[in-house]
Design a protein around this ligand. Structure first.
Ligand SMILES: NC(=O)c1ccc[n+]([C@@H]2O[C@H](COP(=O)([O-])OP(=O)(O)OC[C@H]3O[C@@H](n4cnc5c(N)ncnc54)[C@H](OP(=O)(O)O)[C@@H]3O)[C@@H](O)[C@H]2O)c1
Length: 160
């Protein structure tokens, strides 16, 4: 299974339930990589989306322990249920947040990472795949700049 995440230079991914720095180019990249696919998303991250709604143009699998009905989403209540729902889809990406990345990490074999060359204070982190055994950076695009901020798109793969 794949995941997509934007990380700061300390592999921080967010603070107080949101991403302190967001790049337009990263948003566009996210839309391109996830278009037409299924996504697994935690209830808190979904609430941080525009309007607090599921993403359009993707099959949203929302993980929650609550008895919720969410228009435009398939609601699941455990990791196992999410994995079963993902197995019914042609392609599925884990899109966060922190607790969801953590729980689904063992099932990942490919992670699309946007590296952002800045380290605002984060309270959530993604595993540092540059130092974690078993992962390699398979592709890395050129570093680019948006409003003076450097960023780079990378693809990491589990080295099996
Ligand atoms: N940098 C990035 O690319 C990126 C992407 C996404 C998110 N983020 C960041 O991640 C942070 C949010 O992460 P988070 O950990 O607080 O929230 P989260 O993972 O988005 O959502 C947590 C919620 O998901 C549900 N959940 C999680 N595991 C479950 C399980 N096994 N079974 C049933 N429900 C489960 C629970 O919902 P209920 O409470 O409803 O039961 C839980 O409270 C924010 O800072 C956000 O900005 C960063």
């Amino acid at each position: 299974m794949e995941a997509i995440v934007a990380v700061y230079s300390d592999w921080g991914i967010g603070s107080d339930g949101t991403q302190p720095v967001v790049l337009k180019a990263d948003r566009a990249h996210f839309r391109e990589v996830t278009a037409g696919a299924a996504v697994i998303v935690g209830r808190k991250t979904m609430e941080d989306f525009p309007g607090g709604r599921p993403l359009k143009g993707r099959h949203n699998i929302v993980v929650t322990r609550q008895a919720l009905e969410i228009e435009g989403a398939e609601v699941v209540h455990s990791t196992e249920e999410a994995l079963a729902a993902a197995a019914r889809q042609a392609r599925c990406l884990v899109i966060g947040g922190a607790s969801v990345y953590r729980q689904f990490f063992p099932y990942l074999d490919c992670v699309h990472i946007t590296k952002i060359d800045l380290a605002p204070a984060s309270d959530s982190f993604f595993p540092d795949l540059d130092t974690l055994d078993g992962w390699v950076c398979a592709e890395q695009e050129e570093w680019q700049e948006e409003d003076g901020l450097r960023y780079c798109f990378c693809t990491y793969r589990k080295n099996i």
